[in-house]
Design a protein around this ligand. Structure first.
Ligand SMILES: [Zn+2]
Length: 193
C-alpha cells in the first residue's frame, strides 16, 4: 500500500500482456529523438469509484488525470485494475499550485493526463506516458483556445518553478500542455534491483 491507500505494483512483475503494452523501464524516443526509460512503478487502481474518491491534491482526483477515451488502443487497458505511474502525484501538486495562482478551477481534458505508451496520441512518446503532463482546456470560465489565454496561463505555470515546461501557443491549439519532464518515481520501500 502507498500513502494513497492504493496498491503499488512493480511493472516488471505484471503479466506478459500488460508488460507488452506498458513496457515498464524500457527506453523509448521522444519527439526530439532523445531516449528515456518508461516508468516502472504504478498505482494499481481497482475501479472508477476509487479513482473518483482518491484526492491527489485538495482539488484534483486521480480520475481527472487518468481519463482516456477509445484512443487507448488496447482493450486490456480498459479493464481494471488500471495502472497509473506513481509520478501522477507530482503533476497534481503543480496543478493545485496553478489553481491557487489563477484563483480559478483548472480543467484537464479527457486524454489530457496519463496516457499509456500504446495510446494513439503518444507517437512519439511524450511525458504523458510518465503521468507528468496535463492538457488544460479551461481555467475558470476561460477556454484555452487562443494565443492570449494560452500564453497567459503558460507564463503562470512556468512561474511555479524551473521544472515546469508550458508549451507555447501554436495555431489551432485548444489546450495548454504543461509537463515536468520525464520523472520516474520509485516509491519508498521499493527496490530497483
Ligand atoms: Zn500534452
Amino acid at each position: 500500500m502507498s500513502e494513497l491507500d492504493l496498491e503499488v505494483v512493480d511493472g516488471l512483475k505484471l503479466s506478459e500482456e500488460h508488460r507488452k503494452l506498458l513496457r515498464p523501464g524500457e527506453p523509448v524516443e521522444d519527439e526530439n529523438g532523445n531516449s528515456h526509460r518508461l516508468p516502472r512503478f504504478f498505482f494499481s487502481v481497482p475501479n472508477w469509484k476509487r479513482a473518483h474518491e482518491i484526492k491527489l491534491a485538495s482539488h484534483f482526483t486521480l480520475a481527472e488525470l487518468m481519463t482516456v477515451d477509445c484512443r487507448e488502443a488496447d482493450l486490456l487497458l480498459e479493464e481494471f485494475p488500471h495502472y497509473v505511474p506513481c509520478a501522477v502525484t507530482l503533476i497534481a501538486r503543480y496543478l493545485e499550485d496553478l489553481r491557487r495562482e489563477a484563483d480559478a478551477v483548472i480543467l484537464v481534458g479527457a486524454n489530457g493526463g496519463y496516457r499509456s505508451p500504446v495510446h494513439q496520441r503518444n507517437e512519439p512518446k511524450s511525458s504523458h506516458c510518465w503521468a507528468t503532463a496535463a492538457d488544460i482546456y479551461r481555467v475558470g470560465s476561460t477556454y484555452l483556445d487562443d494565443e492570449k489565454s494560452i500564453s497567459k496561463y503558460a507564463d503562470m505555470a512556468q512561474s511555479l518553478g524551473p521544472q515546469v515546461f508550458a508549451r507555447p501557443y501554436t495555431q489551432g491549439d485548444d489546450h495548454l500542455h504543461i509537463d515536468l519532464g520525464f520523472i520516474a518515481v520509485t516509491p519508498r520501500n521499493w527496490s530497483e534491483e
